[in-house]
Design a protein around this ligand. Structure first.
Ligand code: SF4
Ligand code: SF4
Length: 270
């Protein structure tokens, strides 16, 4: 009997630090088990053996920040049956999207000795700004268990089930002490998607939102809480403007805080 072909999997990198790809490589035994069920045919971080598409499942790490990357991600999409973006850079532009709030040209002139050689887009973009994305795994880096779970679900022919609830839910489930209630420290857990197992509160520190917004995130209520804790509107805005600060919900929350109390009131829910 002819053996059924294994799904062909590819892993690509755009503008990023490689940390999310390393989550896959660090999976060790689980990865070996997975490797028996799939063919990893294009993963430059792991092997120089590269096969062309089409691919059944493609993982893409990193943001799109140059015209070449924009072209490349469109080609990748054309070659992929299922496209999954992995990590804060790929899903919301990453920490490098902080430059979206400033003058990119000024950065290029300051950082590079020969700015004429640098071709960059005006902004750092999530992949979904250019192509259809089937599933998004958020986090900086992504959670290994979520990644393996998503791949296993696809192998079994079902859609990955990704939680949209906030980190607070996980915190309560695990019985962690709330840093806001116990210590009066700001925490983005109430508006951040869980997936990390409430990692930061487990170590007694507030969440800084690396998994991006939960659905739906009540950022207005949290902003008010930050102010009540003694943060200035600018300090509260800066809490939202971090690793996933370009995600629309966090960006709008920070913008409202920076515009001042009148705009915050206008945007407030009744
Ligand atoms: S520590 Fe943060 S994530 Fe945990 S319950 Fe408190 S506010 Fe929510
Ligand atoms: S608690 Fe928040 S900042 Fe910490 S790993 Fe989880 S999502 Fe990221």
């Amino acid at each position: 009997m002819r053996e059924r072909a294994k799904p062909r999997v590819a892993v690509f990198k755009m503008a990023s630090c490689d940390g999310c790809q390393l989550q896959l490589l660090d999976a060790e035994e689980a990865l070996l088990e997975l490797a028996g069920a799939i063919d990893i045919v294009n993963f430059a971080e792991a092997s120089s053996h590269i096969e062309p598409g089409p691919y059944d499942v493609t993982l893409v790490e990193g943001s799109v920040s140059t015209p070449e990357l924009e072209e490349q991600v469109k080609q990748i999409r054309d070659q992929s049956r299922v496209l999954i973006t992995i990590g804060a850079c790929a899903t919301s532009g990453g920490v490098q999207a902080l430059r979206n709030l400033a003058d990119t040209e000024a950065f290029v002139r300051t950082v590079y000795p020969t700015p004429a050689y640098v071709k960059t887009l005006e902004r750092s973009h999530p992949i979904s700004d250019f192509v259809k994305v089937d599933y998004e795994l958020t986090g900086c880096p992504i959670d290994r268990g979520e990644l393996l779970g998503a791949l296993s679900a696809l192998l079994a022919g079902s859609a990955p089930r990704l939680s949209t609830s906030p980190v607070c839910v996980e915190c309560k489930r695990r019985g962690y002490v709330c840093v806001v209630v116990a210590r009066g420290e700001p925490c983005l857990g109430p508006v951040t998607r869980t997936g990390c197992g409430a990692l930061c509160p487990a170590f007694g520190r507030g969440c800084y939102g690396c998994f991006g917004p939960s659905q739906p995130p009540n950022t207005e209520a949290l902003a008010k809480r930050f102010i009540a804790l003694g943060l200035t509107p600018k300090q509260a805005a800066d809490k939202f403007r971090f690793i996933t600060g370009w995600a629309p919900a966090f960006r709008e929350a920070a913008d409202r805080l920076e515009r001042g109390p009148r705009s915050a009131k206008e945007g407030a829910t009744p």
